[in-house]
Design a binder for this molecule. Structure first.
Ligand SMILES: [Zn+2]
Length: 290
């Protein structure tokens, strides 16, 4: 299995809650397990334009984001930062392509599901998952895709981008009373009550996955956010590590049973102790390798 990763993902975000150290820590934890490490290349501006508007890309390209743009992004934006995120989009494109070739692949990055076509939002300047799907469609490698977004936050940008697109099934299961306030409808949205735990979560997931598979996708993109974890600082669900491991098994088993290639991207994770976030993400990748 190919695992896409770059040590350039450790984008410096001084004082920010996003631990960009997690990428390197997960890579280190995986050690010499049986996988092929792939270094990504930057997504081209042409690829990005399959999803994002020309006006917005110009701002990223020439570092002319307004203070309002930066405030909505909620990142300590610095000149040149767009290149780091373009690399991460390239990583999701590479991993999605590898999944089609090999049946499954993982990206130790990505899942920037709050980015819209015309603006960045909630730590997400570019929507890597949407771009990867559009690149594979353009290149004739897939017709249909399904997105299984299990980050604790609703995948608002992704839902909006594919709102009128019948070829991409968007499924988000998230904490209802959490960011983002405005949750555009996807194809299947499950908004959980505060404090939902393992049994409730995985029970609903088990009921939802057949509906995802019924959309007949050529590729599943799994956003394996670690932030439904009980000790996450930005989440209000109560999943344990065992529950999150079971979640990964459910998604992988459903894809395997349906014979559909699957690519995993990491998405969020803000545990008080970054080691917990690293544990959860590493467990997901190890489940894929098993
Ligand atoms: Zn999140």
């Amino acid at each position: 299995m190919k695992v896409v990763y770059s040590d350039r993902y450790e984008i410096p975000l001084p004082g920010h809650i996003w631990p960009t150290t997690k990428y390197g820590l997960i890579r280190a934890r995986l050690g010499d397990a049986a996988f092929a490490l792939v270094e990504p290349t930057h997504a081209s501006w042409e690829d990005l334009a399959l999803v994002h508007t020309a006006e917005y890309l110009e701002k990223l390209r020439h570092d002319t984001l307004t203070p309002e743009d930066v405030a909505t992004m909620e990142l300590p934006w610095a000149a040149g930062m767009a290149d780091g995120f373009r690399l991460m989009v390239g990583g999701t494109i590479a991993a999605a392509g590898a999944a089609l070739a090999d049946g499954r692949a993982a990206h130790l990055g990505g899942g920037l599901h709050h980015a819209f076509a015309n603006h960045g939002e909630g730590f997400c300047p570019l929507n890597d998952v949407a771009v990867a799907v559009r690149v594979l469609q353009r290149d004739g490698r897939i017709t249909r895709a399904a997105i299984v977004d299990l980050d604790v936050h609703h995948g608002n940008g992704t839902a909006m981008i594919f709102e009128r697109d019948d070829t991409v099934f968007t499924f988000s299961m998230h904490q209802q009373l959490n960011y983002p306030f405005f949750k555009p409808a996807g194809d299947l949205d499950i908004g959980l009550e505060n404090g939902a735990g393992d049994l409730r979560y995985n029970g609903l997931l088990g009921e939802a996955l057949p509906r995802v598979m019924a959309s007949n996708p050529d590729l599943i993109v799994y956003l394996a956010g670690a932030d439904p974890y009980e000790n996450d600082r930005l989440g209000g669900l109560r999943l344990t590590k065992a529950g999150l491991a079971e979640r990964a098994r459910l998604v992988l088993a459903a894809a395997r049973a349906a014979g559909v290639p699957l690519v995993t991207v990491l998405a969020g994770g803000y545990a008080a102790d970054v080691a917990d976030t690293v544990d959860i993400h590493t467990g997901t990748i190890e489940a894929m390798l098993a």
